[in-house]
Design a protein. Structure first.
Length: 451
């Protein structure tokens, strides 16, 4: 023990002077080290990604005690592991620990208090919004509108009491709520094209903000014109007159703005009617095609008797030609022009193409190609994007090789589809754009070699 002690007193030579590193000096270093240790953990505890200051709103509630106890235990364990030469040194570090923990705790309590206050304020604000939303949802129920309004005012008064607002602040906050409340109610009636919008506007317009009052006033005037125009257009539509006679009636209206809205609604009614008629015609045509295909398998000589002659001339002629080909050859072959026209139509406007009736193309396509086109019509957005990329790449490669014949383009499209399907069958996955382009290049290379 004597030897060890004397080793601690070995002099250190520095600039012609002697400094002896005694045990008390070592205690000072240990105190400084522990103080640094507490500072480092303070940063971790408060400012790390999952630290105390990352907690928001109610999640911080009662967390100060939990965090401080964890840090206290960590520091205490560290102190226990350190050997001090003097009890005085240990007392010093315990005092430093207490002072630092108190400072950290003070910061945390202030932060927790502020976050809980923010959370409380958010709850009040959300409750006020809920009152307005409920009133809008039940806008046709005056009792619920009234109770929602009273609940909103009650919440504001509770906030005023908690925050110790003066009378002026409370009045301003009430006015803001009333303006928002009745704006949303009136606007919801406008959006629903409900004439009650005008009633509520006249009753509560003085509660509205000046800017909102102007906005709603203009919207209600437009709404009135819309309602009048809608009913006027609906009546004109019911007469099923010619476009010329409709326009003659509309020009009798003196108000130019009203004329505009009548034309607008009448056009919408006519377009909707046209769309419904087209859908019915399409469904009728598709059903008739299925009947003809079915009867051709059983009694081909009677097939023409099943043609629906109330359908379009194009549909009737297509079915006659189809029946003629099936009777003669037993199958149909693909007309390259028709196939490529359908492909072009698809890439020009895919959404429109999906709605088109392509039944009459049965006479121009083999069963395989008709089914292929039908399959393409049901592609997802991602599948269509790949298909569009394939088509563009095929065209660019053909252009580079100065190949522009319909026969070449048709064959290459079919070969690429077959090669892609083969890839999926083997790899059990869809190829990405880069792999698809590689497939196209390989197909084109083989095609050129054969030619």
């Amino acid at each position: 023990m004597t030897d060890v002690y004397s080793m601690r007193k070995i002099p250190i030579m520095k600039k012609d002077s002697q400094e002896v590193l005694v045990e008390s000096d070592m205690d000072k270093v240990k105190i400084l080290e522990l103080s640094n240790f507490i500072d480092e953990w303070e940063k971790e505890l408060l400012f790390s990604e999952t630290g105390f200051f990352s907690l928001k709103g109610r999640s911080v509630e009662n967390k100060t005690k939990e965090f401080i106890e964890e840090l206290d235990q960590l520091i205490s364990t560290k102190i226990y592991e350190i050997n001090f030469s003097k009890q005085e040194s240990k007392n010093i570090i315990i005092e430093i620990k207490k002072r630092k923990l108190d400072a950290i705790k003070s910061q945390m309590i202030a932060y927790e208090k502020n976050e809980m206050k923010n959370w409380e304020f958010e709850v009040y604000e959300n409750s006020i919004k809920s009152c307005i939303q409920r009133a809008v949802l039940y806008k046709n129920n005056p009792e619920i509108i009234d109770s929602s309004f009273k609940n909103g005012i009650s919440i504001i008064e509770t906030m005023a009491e908690k925050e110790k607002w003066n009378d002026k602040t409370l009045t301003v906050r009430r006015n803001i709520f009333e303006a928002d409340f009745f704006f949303e109610i009136i606007n919801s009636f406008i959006l629903a094209r409900d004439a009650k919008a005008s009633f509520y506007f006249e009753k509560y317009k003085e509660k509205l903000a000046a800017k909102d009052k102007i906005t709603l006033d203009e919207a209600i005037k437009t709404l009135k014109n819309n309602v009048i125009a809608y009913n006027w257009a609906k009546e004109l539509f019911s007469y099923e007159m010619s476009a010329e006679n409709n326009e003659k009636e509309i020009k009798e209206i003196k108000d130019k703005e009203l004329q505009f809205f009548v034309r607008k609604y009448l056009s919408e009614f006519l377009q909707e009617k046209k769309k419904e008629e087209k859908t019915k015609e399409q469904e009728k045509n598709e059903k008739n095609w299925k009947e003809i295909i079915s009867i051709l398998e059983k009694e081909p000589d009677k097939a023409e008797l099943y043609i629906d002659y109330t359908l379009s001339k194009e549909s009737i002629n297509s079915k006659k030609n189809y029946i003629k080909m099936i009777r003669k050859d037993g199958y149909t072959t693909t007309n390259r022009t028709s196939f490529l026209n359908l492909i072009k139509m698809m890439f020009d406007d895919y959404e429109k193409f999906k709605q088109e009736d392509i039944s009459n193309y049965r006479k121009d396509l083999s069963v395989e190609d008709y089914n292929l086109i039908e399959k393409m019509r049901s592609f997802s957005a991602a599948e269509y994007t790949f298909l569009n990329s394939d088509y563009s790449y095929i065209q660019s490669r053909l252009s580079a090789k100065q190949i522009d014949g319909k026969e070449d383009l048709y064959k290459l499209i079919k070969l690429v589809i077959a090669a892609k399907d083969n890839y999926v069958s083997i790899k059990k996955e869809e190829p990405d754009i880069e792999k698809r382009n590689k497939i196209i290049d390989e197909v084109l290379a083989r095609y050129n070699d054969k030619k």
